[in-house]
Design a binder for this molecule. Sequence first.
Ligand SMILES: Cc1ncc(COP(=O)(O)O)c(C=O)c1O
Length: 396
Amino acid sequence: MDAFLEQLIKESPTAAYVFDAAVLKDRMAFLRKALPQDIALCYAVKANTFIIKEAEPLVERLEICSPGEAAVCQALDVDSRKMVISGVYKTPAFIEQLVSGGTFEGILTAESPLQYAMFCRLASQYHIPLRVLLRLTNNSQFGMDAAAVETIVREREQHPLITLAGIQYFSGTQKTSVGKYARELRALDSFLQKLRDSYGYTAQELEYGTGFPVSYFAGEELDESALLQEFSALLNGMTVRPKIILEIGRSIAAACGTYYTHIVDIKENKGQAYALTDGGMHHIVYFGQSMAMKQPYVSVLGKTAEAPIETFWTVCGSLCTMNDIMVKQLQLPPIAIGDVLCFERAGAYCMTEGLSLFLTRELPAVYITRADGTVYQVRRPFDVQSLNVPVYEKIK
Ligand SMILES: Cc1ncc(COP(=O)(O)O)c(C=O)c1O
């Protein structure tokens, strides 16, 4: 690691995330190469909003799931033509504000007949054309079932200002089964055929959230190239072939992030070695690692083991709950107070899925590094106290 960055992290008053834009760029190039050439990529910004500015030039679209995510994109001057406004609850005031100015040129997803009706109403109220993707459900609270989608498609001519761009579909994350992809793409293919044959409707687009997996834990590496190759063959085998946009979060963002936390105490309780850190589960959550049942890739900044390591550490965070275990049975080079543990593959969700308000402890600093050696601080250690101090505004 660059000496400046190493010093910065060692001296940071809090734990910190670093997102490496060069790694992100390489990752995107890898995905492009592994997937069919004619597909487009959409970055699901929920995976990590801090890298939006770095990711935007590398993708055709950004999927935005809340007014907050939209505000971040707007603050970064993201072109509205790249925006897909998604989300199971689209705050009506936010959608109205977004589209009423007539400058929004992105896409809206309809997750329910009510959302669709809202788009139709706003389009005619403000005399503005809107492009809409209809989200097909995977039998959850998200999207609409086939019958509801078909009703909208059948009656589409009643709403001339609405362009039905096509279908959006997402069924879950960390999907490793080629069989599941095959079943989903077959079902989507036949649904698109049905829309064409029964309603004379040809979808221009299929925006498909693939839920590509990331291997986070020792012993769980996967053959990603083989998976992507089989997935690409499935895409190429579809009979109806609209423009395909793959909506991806985790698989784009995970590799570029590392979380750094300082060791602040060391002790042995009844023969068990504990290392306490200034981080914890309010800062970092790996998918499926509840109570440290699995081992993420962790190392000590600037140290490698020279001799065989005997100690098995339990690494804990600084929250006052027994659940705040970060790793168990971890073998490390000899450690001391002030050493920094580096948690890898932490670029997606890890930072945002934590219990950030619990215990009113500091949230991490965030840095971005670029290939030319520049380092940006993109968030100062966050003053969480201001969120948790009761304000006592008398309202009655
Ligand atoms: C609609 C939608 N698209 C895309 C994603 C991104 O999924 P992943 O991070 O697994 O790629 C999600 C994640 O929840 C989602 O809800």
